[in-house]
Ligand binder design. Structure first.
Ligand SMILES: CC(C)(COP(=O)(O)OP(=O)(O)OC[C@H]1O[C@@H](n2cnc3c(N)ncnc32)[C@H](O)[C@@H]1OP(=O)(O)O)[C@@H](O)C(=O)NCCC(=O)NCCS
Length: 293
């Protein structure tokens, strides 16, 4: 895809925050437009003056992708975005518009690839839908996770991939496909909550690839990414008590057991206790210093 591309962010500003919002836009727009090839316009709703659409226009796909990477890692932009979110009622609604002036499918956001000894973690693409559906369709994967439906079709996978692209664009965290020697073996992601600078880690590995250390290797890489690049304060995860392999993975990713939420989940007619794990930035820094020193 080439040519101009627009991101439309529909927001509702808290009425009492309107002056602060306008001041923030005056400060933020030049910062946002600084790399070139990006233009930001703001359109006010006719019925409700606090209903605004912020239109971000990208010269081409390359500019858009570079911008996605910048939003992930630039502390100045992240600070401005955090302040922007606090002035809004609810979440912004995001739409993507192409040259044809019609809503279009979001381009896959660019994620920095993560490499471990054996694995390459990269952004999901629509071509991954079929292999993901084949692996995810296993009942044992659905049974030990919270949200994966069963049976699981290629359409579920496409919807899931698009949902994650949207989440990434909205700054709600990256999801990676896990590959080994070019084959898709699983998925892993962080669901980021910027209000509390924390994220929940979630993952699955296709059954044919279990017990080869893949989840542990990918989880360690994601925890490093969460602290090192996303600058989070805390990363946490929960696993069903009946799924001890996941507890092994979380401990290997540097997490400690923080407690048990009894009968917390009802999944496919079965009650589950949830074992909660977490790691703080300070724990991670300490471990890193010990390893390197
Ligand atoms: C949980 C899951 C991600 C583990 O993936 P994996 O790649 O097999 O994990 P790893 O190989 O890195 O580590 C698993 C460890 O648990 C151990 N293990 C497996 N079954 C176990 C059991 N019943 N009790 C205790 N340990 C167990 C394995 O032996 C392995 O340890 P080892 O390396 O010392 O042999 C995978 O089973 C999965 O995707 N399950 C379905 C989805 C899911 O549960 N996701 C997590 C939601 S919290």
């Amino acid at each position: 895809m080439s040519g101009k591309f627009e991101l439309h962010l529909r927001v509702r500003v808290k009425p009492e925050s309107r002056p602060a919002f306008e001041a923030l836009l005056r400060e933020a727009i030049p910062v946002y437009e600084r790399p070139g090839g990006i233009r930001v316009r703001v359109v006010q709703g006719l019925d409700d003056p606090n209903q605004l659409t912020e239109i971000v226009e990208y010269a081409d796909r390359r500019v858009y992708q570079a911008d996605q990477l910048r939003v992930e890692s630039d502390p100045e932009l992240k600070g401005l975005l955090a302040r922007w979110r606090q002035l809004l009622v609810g979440q912004p609604r995001v739409e993507f518009w192409s040259d044809a002036s019609a809503p279009c499918t979001p381009w896959p956001p660019t994620l920095p690839e993560l490499r471990t000894d054996r694995l390459l973690l990269r952004a999901f693409e629509e071509r991954d839908a079929y292999p993901a559906a084949m692996l995810c369709g296993d009942f044992e994967i659905a049974a030990t996770t919270l949200l994966i439906p069963h049976p699981y079709s290629r359409d579920h996978a496409i919807g899931w991939i698009r949902m994650h692209h949207r989440a990434m664009i909205e700054g709600r965290g990256p999801t990676y496909v896990i590959t080994c020697d070019g084959d898709l073996v699983g998925a892993i992601g962080l669901m980021v909550d910027r209000t509390h600078e924390r994220a929940e880690l979630g993952y699955w590995i296709g059954k044919a690839h279990w017990n080869r250390g893949f989840a542990s290797e990918a989880a360690r890489a994601m925890v490093d990414h969460g602290f090192d690049v996303l600058k989070l304060e805390r990363i946490f995860a929960g696993h069903y008590a009946a799924n001890p392999a996941s507890g092994v993975v979380l401990k290997r990713a540097g997490m400690s057991h923080e407690g048990t939420q009894r009968r917390h989940v009802l999944r496919f007619g079965v009650w589950h206790d949830l074992e909660m794990f977490g790691v703080l930035r300070s724990d991670w820094l300490l471990t890193r210093a010990e390893v390197s020193g």
